[in-house]
Design a protein around this ligand. Structure first.
Ligand code: ATP
Length: 365
């Protein structure tokens, strides 16, 4: 038997990607945001975060898309650790300042300069303090992020890392916040962060952060097709607004209406039958994503040709999610989509997956 030994004061948390089974987007609000109604679904594609007590804060990222992950204080995992520290009254330690790369080099913007997959790291300014599990000690923490969730892919990978860091630091620092207290901090970090904590299948209102668990039966087999390049969420919302404005002035199409939950989709989810769910997948951001990456149209068509029960762009894209009737059909679908040459890579995953959860803790009890 192999025994994995973690150093004392080390906590690892696994956190899933999300797709959106429904994403309805309301009109642009005066404050620049949009109200949404969404049905989140967590899938078994996980990032893993390991945190440990350190003399100064550092972030190290390995795996999928590391070159696009910020390594300084704007990394959502760093923000999450700082938010938890602030909320629980631990001494705050700055993570701004210079960075020195370990592994691949770190650019002046704080982003790694490596290729699509590899290793990048950031070390913040030196900070004293013992860290570890002392009740009100230092907030300096070493954060290691192993990414499997592609970046800027509509899968909320950054939000997932934030959620995982909240859970990990809550354990490392023994701050003892309840799930609902963590969810409150999560909502301030980003719209998708509370769902990454919760997992499963859930309805999101407001900016998506007001969650209600959905009554969903069964499990679902999905194929995810990843785009060659990412899409920035603000760009996709802006394209959505432009398309809607053009329709309004050009052809009398009514303005975007307040979003509503699809009762048909909710009923289908209660049956647990993928054949019922597939045709009801919907995303108001899909036309905008297609306008920015026209190849996605071919990806969606390829999935349908190879037997997908439903095909939809996830969130702001460019990942396309295809629903299959079972695991064997998903395997065939994955082969068909790969053969069509319309995406960078495909993975086969199941959903719903659990939210951020502890996989390993070297904390003595
Ligand atoms: P959104 O959550 O805005 O819809 P997304 O799911 O499409 O976005 P993410 O992978 O969350 O995409 O990345 C969005 C941006 O967040 C990236 O471009 C990146 O610069 C930034 N980011 C900050 N921290 C992280 C992180 N830990 N992992 C990935 N991206 C991060």
């Amino acid at each position: 038997m192999t025994t994995i030994t973690r150093p004392a004061g080390t906590v690892s948390v696994r956190v899933p990607a999300k797709i959106n089974l429904q994403l309805s987007v309301g009109p642009l609000r005066a404050d620049g945001y949009h109200d949404v109604v969404t049905v989140y679904h967590a899938v078994a594609l996980f990032d893993e975060i390991t945190v440990s007590a350190a003399d100064r804060t550092s972030v190290e990222v390995t795996g999928e898309g590391v070159a696009s992950v910020p390594l300084g204080p704007t990394n959502l995992a760093v923000k999450a650790a700082a938010a938890l520290a602030k909320a629980t009254g631990r001494r705050s330690r700055s993570v701004s300042g210079g960075s020195s790369g370990r592994g691949s080099s770190v650019g002046s913007s704080g982003r790694g300069a490596a290729g699509g997959s590899g290793r990048s790291s950031f070390r913040g300014s030196s900070a004293g303090g013992s860290g570890g599990s002392s009740p009100r000690g230092s907030t300096a923490v070493k954060i290691e992020i192993r990414k499997r969730i592609p970046v800027a892919a509509g899968l909320a990978g950054g939000s997932a890392d934030a959620a995982a860091t909240l859970v990990a630091c809550n354990e490392l620092w023994r701050t003892g916040l309840s799930p609902s207290e963590l969810a409150e901090i999560a909502a301030n970090l980003g719209s998708d962060v509370p769902f990454a904590l919760a997992g499963g299948t859930a309805v999101g209102l407001g900016r998506g952060e007001q969650l209600t668990t959905a009554l969903a039966a069964g499990s679902y087999d999905w194929v995810l097709a990843f785009g060659a390049t990412g899409l920035a969420t603000p760009d996709v919302y802006a394209a959505c607004d432009r398309l809607r404005a053009a329709r309004k002035s050009g052809d009398g199409v009514p303005a975007a209406t307040p979003p509503e939950l699809s009762t048909e989709l909710m009923a289908a989810l209660r049956t647990g039958d993928p054949a019922e769910v597939g045709p009801l997948l919907s995303n108001d951001l899909q036309p905008a994503a297609l306008s920015l990456q026209p190849l996605l149209r071919r990806a969606l068509a390829a999935g349908k040709e190879h037997g997908a029960l439903g095909a939809v762009v996830s969130g702001s894209g460019p990942t396309c999610a295809f629903l299959a009737s079972d695991a064997d059909a998903a395997s065939e679908l994955a082969v068909g989509i790969t053969g069509a040459g319309v995406c960078r890579a495909v993975v086969q995953v199941t959903g719903p997956a659990p939210g951020a959860c502890l996989v390993d803790s070297g904390i003595a009890t």
